[in-house]
Design a protein around this ligand. Structure first.
Ligand code: SF4
Length: 119
């Protein structure tokens, strides 16, 4: 990756998701996270938190992160960077993989899986 950055991009990390994914070890999620964090780009990145929260809230029933990303982009269209960051934090601290804090959740009425956790 570093060699390509030096040889092709004069040592500057390209701030374009299509160029970022040409770097070794950088996939679509990582490229989108870089663009979201460094430029506030209107992109969605589906990590484990976004994937889990999307499915629990019935926003996606897609089997892959890439398809979930496409569904979220199609449904929300704007402010995707803020949605991404909110879903990551919500998944990290409230709607956790094990023992989600359903009794503290403000999205219970939209949840498709709360019965699983006995809300
Ligand atoms: S009710 Fe529980 S499982 Fe459903 S979104 Fe909230 S924290 Fe997640």
């Amino acid at each position: 990756m570093a060699q390509r950055v030096i040889e092709v991009y004069d040592g500057e990390i390209p701030m374009n998701e299509k160029e970022l994914i040409t770097l070794g070890g950088v996939g679509q999620k990582t490229a989108n996270v870089v663009m979201i964090e460094y430029t506030g780009a209107n992109l969605m990145a589906v990590d484990t938190h976004v994937f889990r929260v999307s499915h629990r809230l019935g926003l996606s029933d897609d089997k892959t992160a890439i398809k979930t990303e496409a569904t979220l982009v199609r449904k929300f269209k704007n402010n995707l960077h803020a949605l991404h960051q909110g879903m990551v934090l919500f998944g990290r601290y409230v709607c956790t993989a094990k023992n989600p804090k359903c009794d503290e959740c403000f999205l219970t009425e939209f949840c498709k899986t709360k019965e699983t956790f006995k809300v």
